[in-house]
Design a protein around this ligand. Structure first.
Ligand SMILES: Nc1nc2c(c(=O)[nH]1)N[C@H]1C(S)=C(S)[C@@H](COP(=O)(O)O)O[C@H]1N2
Ligand SMILES: [Mo]
Length: 336
């Protein structure tokens, strides 16, 4: 398994503030970096009255690591926490304070405030269409039925800004396997709640609510495609799409539809809210592609939130190796 796919089953004891989370992660990286030294340090003779009793050995998919106060040699410098490309994680403050969620407002810095009291419990997700076993899933069932993994993904908005986000969630294919798509299922259509009483942005008449997105079935079945329920080890906040949202890291951010209430397996390509709003500007595929500009701006570079300057945008947002085969033989300019 690649680094972005580390398994992580957060216990309630792991629900920690970001600062603690980061230092814990840095600790783990530090241990990895010093390798044998840390093992020696952990295995050193225990002496009464020392801090050694606090050393805790935990098991991770990467092997057994030692953590806890005093478990690392002072020479083990904490290293920054990054994604698999070495890019720093975006701060929780930025991830929860700079959002696109048009059901609330188009003002990115006001989404958090306006969505603060959004009611995410009880919450159900209806899964149906061309499936053998349609069902209505309670959010609590989805959280417990499927292991919640941590996935560190880059999120590239079509507006040419980006973040690096440590999501919690489970791959969509696990849920799809449960409902058993039939031979007629060719696409997956997703819908967000549209509740005018809670979502002030829905009064805007120029969008065709509810927010709808879609994937081809093979894109939906790809292991990178995540249903996310959390960020930084904590439950999603309303502004990030609580209680459950899609994350498709190789596509522009708008494909990652928030606060999902309905997932439908369909025969025909769904028309997304953005395709309906601007068919010349927003296509069905919306794969991140620095070679295909938006009609009104370049997609060659992006602004990483929390850093200055601009960085090169990478084809398929850096996931080309994993997803390019899905588009073999397709003209990516025509199928934008
Ligand atoms: N329902 C819904 N989902 C949505 C949006 C939206 O307006 N409504 N905005 C999209 C866009 S444009 C982006 S970039 C991402 C932003 O996700 P974030 O705020 O969690 O970073 O959510 C996407 N999902
Ligand atoms: Mo976006």
């Amino acid at each position: 398994m690649t680094k972005y796919n580390r398994s992580n089953k957060p216990a309630s004891s792991e629900i920690t503030p970001q600062g603690v989370y980061l230092s814990r992660r840095q600790l783990i990286k530090g241990v990895t970096a010093v390798g044998g030294l840390a093992l020696l340090w952990a295995a050193r003779p225990k002496m009464p009255g020392s801090d050694l009793e606090t050393v805790e050995v935990i098991s991770t998919p990467a092997g057994t690591l030692t953590e806890g106060a005093g478990s690392i040699a002072p020479t083990a410098m904490p290293t920054p926490v990054t994604d698999e490309l070495g890019m720093d994680l975006t701060s929780l403050t930025d991830i929860t304070g700079y959002n696109n969620y048009y059901e609330f407002t188009t003002d990115k810095t006001e989404v958090a405030r306006l969505s603060k009291n959004f009611n995410t419990s009880p919450w159900q997700v209806e899964v149906g269409g061309h499936v053998s076993k349609p069902g209505i899933y309670d959010i609590d069932d989805l959280r417990t039925k499927f292991d919640q993994e941590e996935r560190i993904y880059r999120l590239r908005c079509v507006e040419a800004w980006s973040m690096v986000i440590p999501w919690l969630g489970f791959p969509l294919h696990k849920l799809l396997a449960e409902v058993e798509p039939t031979a007629k299922a060719k696409y997956v259509r997703f819908e967000t709640l549209a509740d005018e009483s809670q979502m002030p942005g829905i009064s805007a008449p120029w969008y065709d609510w509810p927010y709808v997105e879609g994937l081809r079935l093979d894109e939906a079945m790809h292991d990178l495609t995540l249903l996310s329920t959390g960020i930084y080890g904590e439950s999603l906040q309303p502004q990030n799409g609580a209680p459950i949202r899609l994350v498709v890291p190789w596509k522009y951010g708008f494909k990652s539809i928030k606060s999902i209430v309905k997932i439908e397996l369909v025969e025909d390509m769904p028309v997304s809210l953005w395709m309906a709003a601007g068919p010349r500007e927003y296509g069905f595929y919306s794969n991140v592609n620095p070679e295909v500009d938006h009609p009104r701006w370049s997609q060659a570079t992006e602004r990483r939130i929390g850093s200055s300057g601009r960085i090169q945008t990478i084809k398929f947002n850096g996931y080309e190796e994993q997803v390019a085969h899905l588009y073999a033989g397709m003209d990516l300019k025509a199928n934008f």
